[in-house]
Design a protein around this ligand. Structure first.
Ligand SMILES: C[S@@+](CC[C@H](N)C(=O)[O-])C[C@H]1O[C@@H](n2cnc3c(N)ncnc32)[C@H](O)[C@@H]1O
Length: 292
């Protein structure tokens, strides 16, 4: 039976606002700072390796929060290194926020930005058509490969762009995260035909092709307390993001809504204390090197 639900990603305004609320409630996103402090300096040490300029591609960069945090770590450690950054983001409103932020921040003058308002597939096509042969030192895809049409060709294309010592960073939800398990349990209603729900598929693909990678779990809790307050706007936005459904609360059948709400609160998904419901929603980071 066809799903009556509309995918949230097709409604730009609500997607952007829901993602913003999700980030605000996600310890994982706040905890991204830990990733920046612990892993990124080592990654840059091997990428920079005496270079004075890095070529970077940010795929699905959103409003640029993660890009700019990484550049800040780089600049603190290697102030002499300049950056050439291709930003790939199909949503015009989101890209506008990133561009405005950059134009209001003169201290980013060590980075040259190239704005590509397009999908990762369109960027791939354009790169091939223009026969660009530049090699890239860092490519990152944070929370983006859910939307890739063809995982295999996407990963192999972007990995083929890597320079010696270059790194391709991919993060998605990890297989054990609550929202992945919830979406798998309600797959037919919530995400028919969607296969890229977590890093699981990517790891299976890389393993089957013998491509090596390193993996890091980025522990993350999400405060979903508001979801259980009827009519709470923040809760409705979070629920939309977790189900990738536009106005899930208003459009899902009562049975589906009740099932999802119950699933989110299961003891193996959430910890409840002091009136808060903290949902386990880990991310996984995969780091790929240049293919030899
Ligand atoms: C969950 S957000 C992640 C944004 C950012 N990377 C971060 O982690 O803060 C997903 C982003 O992917 C973008 N996106 C959706 N489909 C895409 C596609 N086919 N190619 C590239 N980006 C896409 C969305 O517009 C959105 O900005």
């Amino acid at each position: 039976m066809a799903s009556p639900l509309k995918r949230l990603i097709t409604e730009s305004d609500r997607y952007t606002e829901s993602f913003k609320r999700y980030k605000e409630c996600s310890v994982g996103y706040q905890g991204m700072q830990k990733f920046m402090e612990n892993l990124v300096p080592d990654l840059f040490a091997s990428i920079v390796n005496g270079k004075s300029q890095l070529n970077v591609i940010g795929v699905g960069s959103g409003t640029g929060d993660i890009d700019l945090q990484m550049f800040s770590v780089l600049h603190q450690k290697y102030p002499h290194v300049t950056v050439d950054s291709e930003v790939v983001e199909p949503d015009s409103q989101t890209l506008r926020i990133y561009r405005d932020l950059v134009s209001e921040t003169p201290s980013l003058d060590y980075i040259q930005f190239h704005w590509n308002e397009m999908t990762l597939e369109e960027f791939q096509k354009q790169w091939k058509e223009k026969k660009i042969n530049k090699k890239v030192d860092l490519i990152h895809m944070f929370q983006v490969l859910y939307f890739a049409v063809d995982l295999e060709s996407t990963i192999s294309f972007y990995q083929s762009l890597l320079n010696k010592n270059g790194k391709l960073l991919i993060t998605l939800l990890s297989c054990d995260s609550g929202s992945v398990r919830m979406r798998e349990a309600y797959k037919n209603q919530l995400c028919p035909g969607e296969t890229n729900l977590s890093t699981g598929n990517i790891k299976n693909l890389l393993d089957s092709k013998g491509v090596s990678y390193q993996s890091y779990i980025l522990p993350s809790d999400l405060d979903i307390t508001d979801i259980f307050t009827e009519g709470d706007e923040n809760g409705e936005m979070l629920l939309d993001f977790l189900t990738n459904s536009y106005h899930f609360g208003k459009t899902a059948s009562p049975d589906l809504k009740a099932g999802v709400m119950e699933f989110l609160r299961r003891p193996d998904c959430s910890v409840e204390s002091d009136g808060k419901v903290n949902f386990k929603n880990n991310f996984e980071l995969l780091v790929l090197d240049q293919l030899i």
